[in-house]
Design a protein around this ligand. Structure first.
Ligand code: 2AM
Ligand code: CA
Length: 296
């Protein structure tokens, strides 16, 4: 009888252990599924990082040899070099080889495809004027949108050796080290960035009025000439805030995710989400409302 009891209780224990094991496997399976459906796999992130570094290396190799004959004008003030085009074609080729079904939007070549849930948004050189003039503040910017939401973004400034990347709900990184926006609370302690895409587009409603209002209240202002770098610098606290008007989606797509993942606030000039169409403002949560108040 005792033996019988022992066998039965061992059997029960076995069943419970197996059930417990089964439950653990199910939880892991569900978590993995959620990760794979919603987030970006490690494969996608390493593909993007490797791609953007190779693209940045092309920029580096060619920057010192660029001359006037390598230059075209989209408008009299809006430059494009042969390297912008070469780098964009290189990035597109690599994406098409790895993800042939995905749609692509590039600054220089426009949109190809309109049927995928995935859209790659490419700015081959953000800061082309700096690039042409032999300066360091330019970057390659690549973002990946899924179902209309940016889920992954990278910005690589090759002269500076700075690779920023951000992944939705997973944080933002500079050279693989996690980054956060600054905790500066007062305008007098803040260094901010802005830009003048509006001037190059000859807009009458330009940023000079805002510039004159805001700059005297700050510790100082920086104008790097690349919205992608400006946003990433807010993300890592090198800048406390940034605003600009007349930008395009490819200038800001990757940087927008990076600054949000670093804990920054991002909006248009009214505090809503119509950026970049109605202006773009990025800052920490203390300074963002102060900037909006001045820009409204
Ligand atoms: P680009 O270098 O890729 O052209 C700097 O103010 C930002 O404005 C950069 O991101 C730059 O991107 C963008 N920019 C430059 N000229 C522009 C123009 N004429 N219209 C809109 N954006 C412009
Ligand atoms: Ca750009």
């Amino acid at each position: 009888m005792y033996n019988c009891y022992c066998i039965l209780s061992a059997a029960y224990q076995n069943v419970f252990e197996n059930l417990y094991l089964f439950k653990c496997i199910l939880i892991c399976h569900n978590r993995l599924n959620k990760y794979n459906n919603n987030k970006c796999g490690a494969d996608l992130i390493s593909f993007l990082k490797d791609l953007i570094i190779r693209a940045g290396n092309i920029c580096l190799e060619e920057q010192n040899n660029i001359t006037d004959k390598d230059l075209e004008f989209k408008t009299p003030k809006d430059l494009v070099t042969i390297t912008d085009k070469k780098v964009e074609l290189f990035i597109i080729q690599e994406i098409k080889t790895k993800y042939p079904q995905h749609d692509i939007l590039g600054e220089e070549t426009g949109r190809s495809g309109n049927s995928s849930r995935f859209l790659w948004i490419i700015d081959p050189i953000d800061g082309t004027t700096s690039y042409f003039h032999g300066q360091p503040f330019y970057a390659v910017s690549i973002a990946l949108e899924k179902d209309g939401q940016i889920i992954l973004g990278a910005v690589y400034a090759p002269v500076l050796g700075q690779l920023f990347h951000g992944q939705i709900d997973k944080g933002a990184f500079l050279n693989d080290v996690p980054i956060n926006v600054s905790d500066t609370k007062h305008l007098t302690d803040a260094v901010m960035g802005t830009g003048f895409a509006c001037l190059r587009s000859d807009l009458k409603n330009n940023n000079l009025v805002h510039f004159n209002t805001i700059v005297p209240q700050l510790r100082d202002i920086r104008r790097y000439g690349s919205a992608a770098i400006d946003l990433c610098y807010v993300a890592c606290g090198k800048l406390d805030g940034f605003w600009e008007i007349n930008l395009n989606i490819y200038d800001i797509a990757a940087g927008a995710l990076i600054v949000q993942e670093a804990g920054g606030n991002l909006s248009d000039f009214s505090g809503n989400t119509d950026y970049p169409e109605k202006g773009i403002v990025a800052a920490n949560s203390y300074l963002h409302p102060l900037l909006i108040k001045m820009l409204k």
